[in-house]
Design a protein around this ligand. Structure first.
Ligand code: ES4
Ligand code: ZN
Length: 324
């Protein structure tokens, strides 16, 4: 099964590129930029990745990305991940990035965009790996700030495959971002949003109704609302599920308790993703393998999940055919 899962061409639709920062690179970049880390060693950093919920992770995640200062740093971050992913049989990566988290540290949008764009072209050439870019808004920051970031991104609108919504979900419903998403819609930029990870099923409904998203990131709590499950199935809305993330952030206690088999039985269009691989115990292959161990799925199930991702990816039909 390991060889099959590794060879299976996988597209990743839910990855935070800042969450792919392995402690080794974190230390390299800290040294390069003269930044003090709160960890004495790579091992100590890894030991600190013991989370109780989404917020406890986000605190560590925002701290970790403080080492990213220059375009070269963002290039190295993304290229480091692309190489690892490619080695696991990943052929396409759609990466969220958090411009507000960088702007708040005095790192301009042009620095982030230049570095990520260079890495994307480098990966295409060197690895034959395609990628997409999802500019995410921090939902625990004001909607006005998100709107100004969207306007600030005008020189890069053409480079954005979608906008997304991430960070602390509790108490930050999609409705607050209605106008920002309406602006993105008018600009012709596709939309996705995290919903129903820690937040209620109602947030998934809101993301569909008010933000007009084409995919839901996570969405695992939809099962609490049977009418919503029917709707997701009937409309073929893709959920980008992140199994190891859900375990590490205590959305579920153990992977064996994860709603994935029930979501599958409900006829939903699911994909498997790594979310923040450096923090949650592994990349795409680790997530696929963990599901094999927890649920005993056969090759046909994994083929279907991988095909769902290629089907829902922000790629040309030409590329889609090449990946099938
Ligand atoms: C995130 Cl797991 C998760 N949830 C929400 N926002 C995020 N940003 C990075 N990882
Ligand atoms: Zn996420």
């Amino acid at each position: 099964m390991h060889d099959f899962l590794k060879r299976l061409p996988k597209a990743e639709l839910h990855l935070h590129i800042e969450g792919s920062l392995e402690p080794e690179l974190m230390f390299t970049l800290a040294e390069r930029n003269g930044i003090e880390l709160p960890y004495a060693s790579v091992e100590e950093a890894r030991a600190a990745y013991d989370f109780t919920d989404l917020q406890s992770f986000l605190d560590v995640y925002f701290q970790g990305m403080s080492v990213l200062r220059t375009a070269e740093d963002f290039h190295d971050l993304a290229m480091d991940y692309f190489r690892r992913a490619s080695g696991e049989g990943v052929v396409h990566v759609e990466m969220h990035f958090d411009p507000q988290a960088h702007l708040a540290r005095g790192v301009g949008l042009s620095v982030v965009m230049e570095g990520l764009d260079l890495a994307r072209r480098h990966a295409e050439r060197e690895l034959g790996l395609s990628s997409a870019l999802i500019m995410a808004f921090l939902r625990d920051r004001p909607a006005e700030e998100a709107m100004s970031v969207l306007e600030m991104a005008a020189p890069y609108w053409e480079m954005l495959d979608a906008v997304g919504l991430d960070s602390a979900e509790h108490g930050n419903p999609p409705a607050r971002f209605r106008e920002v998403y309406e602006r993105a819609r008018r600009l012709g930029i596709p939309r996705v949003a995290h919903a129903g990870e820690e937040g209620p099923a109602d947030y998934i409904r809101e993301a569909l109704d008010l933000l007009d998203v084409c995919r839901i990131d996570h969405g695992v709590r939809c099962l609490e609302d049977p009418a919503l499950v029917s709707r997701l199935r009937d409309e073929g809305i893709v959920l980008t599920v992140c199994p190891l993330s859900n375990v590490r952030l205590k959305v579920v206690e153990r992977l064996a308790d994860h709603p994935l088999p029930r979501l599958l039985d409900a006829g939903l269009k699911l994909t498997l993703n790594s979310d923040d691989p450096a923090y949650f115990g592994g990349g795409m292959l680790a997530n696929f393998e963990a599901c094999h161990h927890a649920f005993g799925w056969d090759e046909a199930v994994f083929r279907r999940l991988a095909a769902n991702a290629i089907e829902a990816a922000f790629i040309s039909d030409e590329r889609r055919v090449a990946l099938r």
